[in-house]
Design a protein around this ligand. Structure first.
Ligand SMILES: [Zn+2]
Length: 540
């Protein structure tokens, strides 16, 4: 059954893999040879768990028939089975379904679905006595796991890169593709019915009185790791521009996840990493909603792969869609593309404003695509997404160039803010997660948080403040500087921003406000009950 699934019911998978694999370099050849073994071990494990007396025939028949149908549409129409495909399937009318009934589909079904199902029904399967059967299963499962572990140990890099470059490949693997997609589809259906949660309807602005507009730029970095910043002690000059600015680089900051999908929503959430759930977050407000409800104009400039639902209720501009030819190639834009829109916004500020720049940063594995030619500072570089074919030195050079480019992007934003001394402005750059560049044979990111190395979870966080903000927000900047080595995390972001941007919310936790120890005058508070401003005693 394993062999039948592997080589007949998964031909779409093999067509795809053959197409993608370059068989030339030795590493890729090893990878190509190991792939069928990997799929074999995986499928064998699955059947090992599913095939039991009494139930094996119906289970196998259903799996064969469904896989046969999936195989047909994947092979003939080049589709990938995901939860959207499942939505199509479940919402298809009978008329649409009948369109699929044609001689080619019927003969495909008869040959690869009905015939083997018939054989399964007719054949006699002899099971061993219970204990021996169990022992046999256990031994073969262990053997499969050993095989899988061996492949993971020797070819981790190849699989990580191939998977990252061809994420859709798992949607071609029968029968797990449709089983998983159906699960995701029903899960999405049940989540869609969930009620949206306001987190604090009474949150409001409680500012010090100064008559200036507050403008805060939050730059969300992508895949930048702390240790490759010269500002944090890296021995290469990766921060040529920011080293000339009066910035504070917090050197020990831990991310809340190892992937964008978890880190970005977690950064904006009021919940600490330990209580944050990526499944709940789309149904609940975040700091941007609080700021927006309190009267801030919030603008999100998107240049990464989407804002992971945190910007859904604020004004958003999509840089890729706007396709500025100077910085974009139709698929990606260099992060400098956001400088012009930022300048526009700053020139037309009519109230307190928060601007989020969601950067492409150092997104891998195509590091070389993240910067323009003049930033090819460290050489030789790895100018391909197949980084498994590059030496570590070239990969690190290319990655470091992305950091130099990011240094430039952050610097440009600071320079833009400096041109408006009449604004009480500040800027915080913080990356979503880090990246492994071959340390201990690990590449890219996304390892489970508990076992992720520092390369993936220690992120840069850099602060700049205008003189107006330091003065009017009563911040002792030198005090903040002296705390640059204090361990912080993404958990601090919500509470620090709420404090700095003068939002009075019951969700605020003073322990997680990194500005608080360096605040010279206590924050003004509003007594929500009477809606009147009530200064704290120390502030009078
Ligand atoms: Zn990311």
């Amino acid at each position: 059954m394993t062999l039948y699934f592997e080589f007949i019911l998964n031909i779409s998978l093999w067509r795809f893999c053959l197409d993608k694999i370059e068989a030339n370099p030795l590493a890729s050849l090893l990878f190509a040879v190991s792939l069928p073994a990997l799929i074999f071990f995986g499928l064998f494990l699955l059947f090992n768990a599913l095939v039991w007396p009494c139930v094996h025939k119906p289970i196998l028949t259903v799996l064969i028939l469904l896989s046969c149908a999936a195989n047909y549409v994947m092979f003939q129409f080049g589709v990938f089975i995901d939860s959207d495909m499942m939505a199509n399937l479940f919402q298809t009318s009978r008329r649409e379904a009948l369109d699929f009934v044609n001689p080619s589909a019927l003969s495909w079904l008869a040959l690869t679905g009905l015939a083997p199902s018939f054989l399964v029904m007719k054949s006699e399967v002899v099971f061993r006595p219970a204990l021996r059967e169990l022992r046999g299963r256990l031994v073969s499962a262990l053997a499969c796991l050993l095989g899988l572990g061996l492949i993971a140990l020797t070819l981790y890099k190849e699989y990580a890169v191939f998977g990252r470059n061809n994420r859709e490949v798992t949607r071609l693997i029968n029968p797990t593709n449709f089983a998983y997609s159906a699960y995701r589809y029903f899960e999405r259906q049940s989540l869609a019915k969930r009620e949206f949660r306001r987190i604090d309807e009474e949150a409001r602005l409680a500012p010090y009185e100064d008559g200036l507009f507050t403008v805060f730029v939050l730059i969300v970095g992508e895949t930048a790791r702390s240790m490759n910043f010269a500002l944090n002690g890296y021995d290469r000059p990766t921060n040529p521009r920011l080293q000339g600015q009066d910035v504070i680089s917090f050197r020990d900051v831990t991310a809340s996840g190892t992937s964008t999908a978890i880190s970005v929503p977690a950064m904006f959430s009021h919940l600490p990493r330990s209580r944050f759930s990526p499944k709940d977050s789309p149904h609940s407000e975040n700091i941007l909603d609080l700021l927006s409800n309190a009267g801030y104009e919030v603008i999100w400039l998107e240049n990464d792969n989407g804002c992971k639902k945190v910007c859904e209720r604020v004004r958003t501009r999509d840089m890729v869609a706007e396709n500025n030819r100077e910085y974009c190639d139709g698929t990606y834009c260099h992060d400098e593309v956001m400088s012009e829109p930022l300048d526009d916004i700053l020139a037309n500020v009519t109230g307190d404003t928060v601007i989020v720049l969601h950067t492409m940063g150092s997104h891998g594995p195509s590091y070389y695509k993240r910067y323009s030619g003049e930033f090819r500072f460290f050489q030789p570089t790895c100018d391909t997404s197949e980084i498994q074919n590059c030496g570590i030195e070239a990969i690190v050079n290319t990655y470091d160039n992305t950091i130099v480019y990011t240094d430039n992007v952050v610097d440009l934003a600071i320079e833009s803010l400096k041109e408006h001394p009449n604004l009480e402005s500040g800027l915080l750059y913080v990356s979503d997660h880090g990246e492994s560049l071959g340390e201990n044979g690990i590449y890219l990111h996304g390892l489970p948080f508990g076992i992720a190395p520092d390369e993936q979870i220690k992120v840069p966080m850099i602060l700049w403040m205008s003189e107006a903000m330091k003065t009017h927000d009563h911040i002792d900047y030198e005090c903040l500087k002296s705390r640059a080595l204090v361990p912080y995390s993404h958990d601090y972001l919500f509470h620090s921003l709420a404090g700095l941007l003068e939002i009075d919310t019951r969700l605020y936790e003073a322990d997680l406000d990194l500005f608080l120890p360096c605040r010279l005058v206590p924050l003004p508070k509003i007594d929500n009950k009477f809606g009147q401003q009530k200064m704290e005693d120390g502030n009078k």
